[in-house]
Design a protein around this ligand. Sequence first.
Ligand SMILES: [Zn+2]
Length: 146
Amino acid sequence: MAEDATLERQRIRAARSQAMFREVNERIVELSRSWSAEPLFVCECESTDCAETISVTADEYEAVRSDPGCFFVALGHNVLAVEETVSSTDRYLVVRKLGQGHDVAVEFDPRRADGHSADGYSADGYSADGYSADGHSADGHSADSD
Ligand SMILES: [Zn+2]
């Protein structure tokens, strides 16, 4: 049981990080409507140090967003304990959260119709500055991976 609790905590923590990256990507997709180039999205893996960017078409992006329990991550950035891989391309993997992590992912869905927004992630409370202060930096991709 203790191990299960630890695993669920890991899943919840991962899903919260990933929900944060999803918020960033929702902004990117919003801004990209006025760009002619294909947008680059941030990797939605659980590592807050990850600085990978992924090229995803608008259709592909919408397909992932249609399931609030799913995220897209760079190849090899999936974590078996917290998510299952549901599809893959040569640029990214689509993962679906497991256990309580899935509940968190759905709860934090930025497109929920009922307008619920979780603490600190509401559209108006979010600031790009606060996000980068959280430790997501371009040169921060170190140590813990591989
Ligand atoms: Zn990543």
